[in-house]
Design a protein around this ligand. Structure first.
Ligand code: FE
Ligand code: FE
Ligand code: MG
Length: 163
């Protein structure tokens, strides 16, 4: 990274890269959970749910891109092996073994709630030490808040229709 750009980072860069790599692992797992969920999902409003899951998958992939770019900017190395995603993740991975829309939505809502908590915590950690990462994490957090809202709205539509 550039000399001045590095100078303004007022926190342990190695620790910061570690936290960003944990988030990067989350994003890849979230990406795949949405991507495969969109393939297998079955049940009421399947088309609308599929479209939302595909859109969220694209967002999670974009988050992975943003995080890995910042890691490289900090002279760190983004996670190189998928096997490390499981070791480093904050929010884990839930296989959509039950393809019912409600089950898939429930799993993804849980994942988004964990993501919101994780990014909110990370935001606090970088607030005073790294304004550039702060801005990045804030953008991601805004997306995750929107994701939770979208999935909850779909769930309410589906449950409401049946009730
Ligand atoms: Fe994300
Ligand atoms: Fe998300
Ligand atoms: Mg959405």
């Amino acid at each position: 990274m550039g000399t001045k750009g590095k100078e303004i980072v007022r926190m342990d860069v190695e620790e910061l890269v570690g936290l960003l790599n944990r988030a990067l692992s989350d994003e890849w797992l979230a990406y795949y959970q949405y991507w495969i969920g969109a393939k297998v999902v079955r049940g009421p409003m399947k088309g609308a749910v599929m479209a939302e899951l595909i859109q969220h998958a694209a967002d999670e992939l974009r988050h992975a891109d943003m995080l890995s770019n910042r890691i490289i900017q900090l002279d760190g190395t983004p996670v190189l092996k998928p096997e490390d995603w499981y070791r480093m993740t904050n929010c884990g991975y839930e296989a959509p073994e039950d393809p019912d829309v409600r089950a898939v939505l429930r799993q993804n809502i849980k994942g988004e709630r964990c993501a919101i908590e994780t990014y909110n915590r990370l935001l606090g950690t970088v607030r005073d030490g790294d304004p550039v990462t702060y801005n990045l994490v804030l953008q991601v957090l805004q997306d995750e808040v929107e994701h939770e809202e979208d999935l909850q709205a779909l769930m309410e539509d589906i449950v409401g229709r049946e009730g």
